[in-house]
Design a binder for this molecule. Sequence first.
Ligand code: SF4
Ligand code: SF4
Ligand code: SF4
Length: 259
Amino acid sequence: MQAVPKLDPNFRKEVEEKVGSADFERCLFCGMCTAGCPYTGLREDLDPRKFMRQIALGMREEVLKSDYIWLCTICERCTINCPMNVNMAEVAYAIRGKFGIMPPGDIMFQCRGIGGAKSQMRVMADWIKSERIKVDKSRNEIPVTYHDPCNLGRKEGVTEEPRFILSSVCTDFRDMRPSGRYNYCCGSSGGALYAAEHEALRISMGKLKAEQIEGTGAKIVATACQNCVEQLEEIDKAYNLGIEVVYIHDLVDRALITS
Ligand code: SF4
Ligand code: SF4
Ligand code: SF4
């Protein structure tokens, strides 16, 4: 018989107080966040709606012991699906640091914010537009697609500049579907995902990305974040995509007219 969970009626309030952005009054428990998460179905505990319900019901022990806190990539794909603007991803992230809990392994890693890439993207786009640098797109004829890093595309809203740059320096740019703010995370990051015991899970979290890339027919995948590059290279090997993974500036460099 399944054990009845102990409920702590003060837990929800405590989470609200410690995690400024958690507003459980707004949550309808509708499950749109779960529908928006690219990893739904991979593991029973990778389920943002279930996590919200556990907090609301006062299931302190289950929440604080949950692997979900460390496996969620904080990519915010669930957040843009939420009709009530509840930032589920921030709730999971903040709980990591506010309840004295430790990650379930030695390796902790989380990519957060890539402000440098944002300004780099804007500068490159401006220089191409103003012809401060001159480029010859015929030097990049292999089909190229772009992976929007969630920190840059979804969280910073930088989606137009990379596409302008790639269309300026490549003859055959192909977008993934979905893309931009709605792009799927690559399945990297997520706190504990780089621990050896989660490697298989991390690779399976990249399957959707592999399918997206294959769907474009592109043989080069450009991106703008080092963590994405590393995971995309692993996805390439695991799913035999036969792609080259590059930074956007590599393609600008190849197209640059220097004399
Ligand atoms: S967080 Fe948003 S999407 Fe998720 S269950 Fe609550 S209201 Fe629905
Ligand atoms: S932040 Fe990303 S990985 Fe975490 S629950 Fe939301 S969509 Fe899933
Ligand atoms: S590695 Fe890239 S796609 Fe994955 S969470 Fe980080 S920014 Fe997002």
